[in-house]
Design a protein around this ligand. Structure first.
Ligand code: VG1
Ligand code: CO
Length: 542
């Protein structure tokens, strides 16, 4: 057995995983022992890693490689049999999920703070995924958190760093270390699911696309799949080289942070189809020429049309959305006789439904869509499914949306984020509104009448586990809705998310903010948002 060193340590407060792993400022992670404590707590929380196989990779942000070196040395010291790492430490989140499944690994460690900016003064994150390829469920993240509260030592092999650039398998501190191409297996999976010939023909026929990788991890994936394999002209993928600080931007694919793409898609010589992905490649933004598609609408369109792609030709077993995601997909499910589940925010809640074959397609309003092909949301997958659908339907994005609304009605939807507000103010706002929920039915404002108000609690239909306090949900007569919750991915103060929607069966041409104006006003009156936060409006509207 390889020599390893046991280093004494003490618990560090606040190592509690949120919506998607532990996220902190990069400098916090770089403090001596911080990463080591958390990694050892993962091993302790899952019952050790002796003899096990893990997949490790990240989105290439600042500190990615050095964190991976530490994790490898700690895996070797704790007796892991094998670790599979993406070349240069790169793996998109969906590609990591796929590798865990394909290689029958026992789990994986993914380094990313996703859509949060990267760099020494920005954010870093780490998350553990289980053998099904999906984020660890709450029971496991809780066990990991408890381990961080009692840790007194960690084990590490103090050998030289691994060369992460050389493909192949070798010994590393008594453990097998295999470096794999990050793109190959993922691209092969996409070829199985989609009709690449049809998409190739679409692109060869002059259909122009622009994919903005936002200087993040999907660059190499999109270049290989869209340009090399599907024949999109060189340059169709922009910002394709991952950079440690994402070119100084927010790798968050929404109209605010992907403004370049929005401008290009609304400009005079706009391509036919635009898309973007986030830091770790699990989110997607879809935009047609002059036609932005909200993530909630995108989920509904994919649910209605997925059967046009070979991987889903047999139909969908069911669909699932996070509770704050709009009810547009529910209307598709109802019309097509499919089950539809509403889960708390965060992909970890979809895992059981996918494993049990109760849902095939899942999505969140935050630009995440995915299916049972992996156990994470998957940005490029959504782009390819859209392209496959467009290739079969021979319609523009705008035409697909118009047809969809004509069939199912339009659910106007928007999310208003109030970022970095004082945590006490945010908690009080939510607590006070929660305390009032019972008395709200019947409350009216500007013609809106509250039908029901609840503090969302989810009982997993597969294992019976309960997740309480997952957001305040207020429904109005006629199908309008407000949801409020605090973000679980931020690293500074609190972020209040206000989700707004209103159903309209016949008028599809309104500006969403105008269509939602009464709902927005009611939300402010109900929670006293501007009064309590002192803000005149949200920081980000998506
Ligand atoms: C946000 C989104 C949520 C998503 C999560 C992780 O969480 O709202 O839908 O699952 O980020 O996405 P929160 O708690 O900040 O609202 V990613 O792309 O960071 O892995
Ligand atoms: Co992400």
């Amino acid at each position: 057995m390889t020599e390893h060193t046991r280093i004494a340590t003490q618990p560090i407060a606040g190592q509690k995983p949120g919506t998607s792993g532990l996220r902190k400022k990069t400098r916090v992670f770089m403090q001596p022992g911080y990463l080591e404590n958390f990694v050892q707590s993962i091993w302790n929380g899952i019952g050790g890693i002796r003899g096990r196989t893990l997949v490790v990779g990240g989105d290439g942000r600042f500190f990615n490689e050095s964190a991976i070196q530490t994790i490898l040395k700690m895996a070797a010291a704790s007796g892991a049999a094998k670790v599979i790492v993406g070349q240069n430490g790169f793996l998109s989140t969906p590609a990591a999920s796929n590798l865990i499944r394909m290689r029958k690994a026992d789990g994986g460690v993914i380094l990313s703070a996703s859509h949060n900016p990267g760099g020494p003064d920005e954010d870093f994150g780490i998350k553990y995924n289980i053998a099904n390829g999906g984020p660890a469920p709450e029971g496991i993240t809780q066990a990991i958190f408890e381990a961080t509260e009692t840790i007194d030592s960690y084990d590490i092999w103090e050998g030289p760093d691994a060369d992460l650039s050389a493909l192949g398998e070798r010994d590393f501190g008594g453990m097998a270390l295999e470096i794999v191409d990050p793109v190959d297996a993922y691209a092969a999976l996409m070829e199985q699911l989609f009709d690449f010939d049809a998409i190739r023909a679409l692109l060869a026929g002059g259909f122009r696309i622009r994919f903005d990788a936002m200087h993040a991890i999907t660059g190499p994936y999109a270049t290989e799949i869209l340009e090399n394999r599907l024949g999109a002209p060189r340059g169709s993928v922009v910002n394709a080289v991952p950079s440690p600080d994402f070119g100084g931007g927010h790798p968050d694919p929404n109209p605010v942070w992907a403004k370049d793409l929005m401008d290009a898609m609304h400009g005079p010589d706009a391509p036919d189809f635009g898309a973007a992905s986030d830091g770790d490649g699990d989110r997607n933004m879809i935009v047609g020429r002059g036609a932005y598609v909200t993530p909630s609408d995108s989920l509904a369109v994919l649910a209605a049309n997925a059967h046009l792609a070979p991987g889903y030709a047999g139909g969908l077993k069911g669909v699932a959305r996070s509770m704050p995601t709009s009810c547009a997909v529910d209307r598709v499910a109802e019309a097509r006789g499919m089950d539809c589940y509403a889960t708390p925010t965060g992909w970890k809640f979809f895992g059981n439904l996918l494993d049990a074959g109760m849902a095939t397609l899942c999505g969140e309003e935050s630009a995440g869509t995915g299916s049972d092909h992996v156990r994470e949301k998957d940005g490029l997958w959504a782009v390819l499914l859209w392209l496959n659908i467009l290739a079969v339907k021979k319609q523009s994005v705008a035409e697909v949306m118009a047809d969809h609304w004509a069939e199912f009605g339009r659910t106007y939807y928007s999310r208003h984020d109030y970022e970095a507000i004082d945590s006490d103010v945010a908690n009080r706002l939510v607590d006070d509104l929660r305390a009032e929920l019972g008395g709200l039915p019947g409350w009216t404002h500007d013609g809106l009448v509250i039908e029901s108000a609840e503090d969302f609690s989810y009982t997993d239909p597969v294992d019976g586990s309960v997740a309480a306090k997952q957001g305040l949900q207020i429904r109005f007569e006629g199908g309008a809705r407000v949801v409020m919750r605090l973000s679980g991915t931020g690293t500074e103060g609190a972020t209040l998310r206000v989700y707004l929607e209103r159903f309209d069966p016949q008028d599809f041409g309104q500006d969403p903010q105008a269509a939602l104006a009464p709902v927005i006003a009611a939300a402010d009156v109900l929670a006293g948002i501007s009064k309590r936060t002192g803000r005149t409006g949200p920081d980000v509207i998506t």
